[in-house]
Design a protein around this ligand. Sequence first.
Ligand code: HSE
Length: 440
Amino acid sequence: MRPVRIGILGLGTVGCGTVNVLGRNAEEITRRAGRKITVVQASIRDPGKTRGCAISGFALTQDPSQIVTNPEIDIVVELIGGLSPARELVLQAIAQGKHIVTANKALIAVHGNEIFAAAQDKGVMVAFEAAVAGGIPIIKAIREGLAGNRIDWLVGIINGTGNYILTEMFERKRPFAEVLADAQRLGYAEADPTLDVEGIDAAHKLTILASIAFGIPLQFDKAYTEGIRHISLADLQYAKELGYRIKHLAIARRSNGGVELRVHPTLIPERQLIASVDGVMNAVLVQGDALGPTLYYGAGAGAEPTASAVVADLVDVVRTLTTDPNNRVPHLAFQPNALSDLHILPMEQVHTSYYLRMQARDRPGVLAEVAQILASHGISIEAVVQKEPAEGEDSVPLIMLLHRVMEKHMNAALERIEALDSIEGKVMRLRVEALHKTWK
Ligand code: HSE
């Protein structure tokens, strides 16, 4: 059988990783796919740039539209990232009857519904394993391996940059800005690192995971995101003293007849396996009703880890090209006409526990004032720690762990606490999740 011919949009870190893996493992890949996979053309933006792969053996172009319209090409591998022109190029390639493999999480989270509909119409495949958690085969695990389960919830550490920053701050007591600069130098961060530190990159990936887990359309605009810029070394230390680690967690959970979709820094018990996922590594913990919890761990970014997922998708597409196309696995795991209308809950309706840190005047009655406000909103206190005042200061850090309550009650209580004369400045509020199987 003739080789399957691919065109690669973008020969950056992941593009070169893909060329290298396809070349190095060519024989095994052919044995797995049943046909040889040949790169025939790749697009580059800057011909003068030094690349991490040999650029011989295939044609190069600076015009990506030449790839999506090239009649020689069967599969377009989109690795340029971002929304535009990625969306236009992918839709053009689909219109030309080409199959798509992409690592672009923003594209799938934001325009996936449109892209899948176009692909369905045209009878072509769109594979996107590399879009979530780099090399970890989490899409395949949820869409296929867990297909017998009702998935109750999943939580993930799915942004390597954010996890690297929190880990370095915690372990080496280094300040946020300095560690972020490291992550950029090491090539973990997005071109715009705001996407990493504000939780947007994680929300893109979470949107995709939630759709696949619960069978709902992609709804990135409804995801709640909160970043990690405001986490201090003190918070990481206080959390540790209370038996927790702070992780930038992406959470999707069935609740109150809807779905919670949220990314925020979260205290999780130190004894949970996922609490020890450190550095640039990613992990996703999935709770299925039949299997129980399973944890998927591995490299969430980088050239060859991401290429591992891109090549796995290429093998899948090539295998499917020789089988009955009607029996393909649906894009969002559920048949398009069987997606449910479970709504995404507004953040105000979410129930979680909380960690509070506030700077309180060191005088009698302050704790009682705060406790009274909490009680009046039905919020119960689990633990309180008061630290010694710093040299020459008359205020003390007051740290509290609170039981579960609806976010809107916590917001109302915080507004009143911050208005107290005895409390200085803003209260630091972080959510706490115990990650029990039943999530109670
Ligand atoms: N910037 C992303 C991260 C790259 O840090 O995880 C992989 O999507």
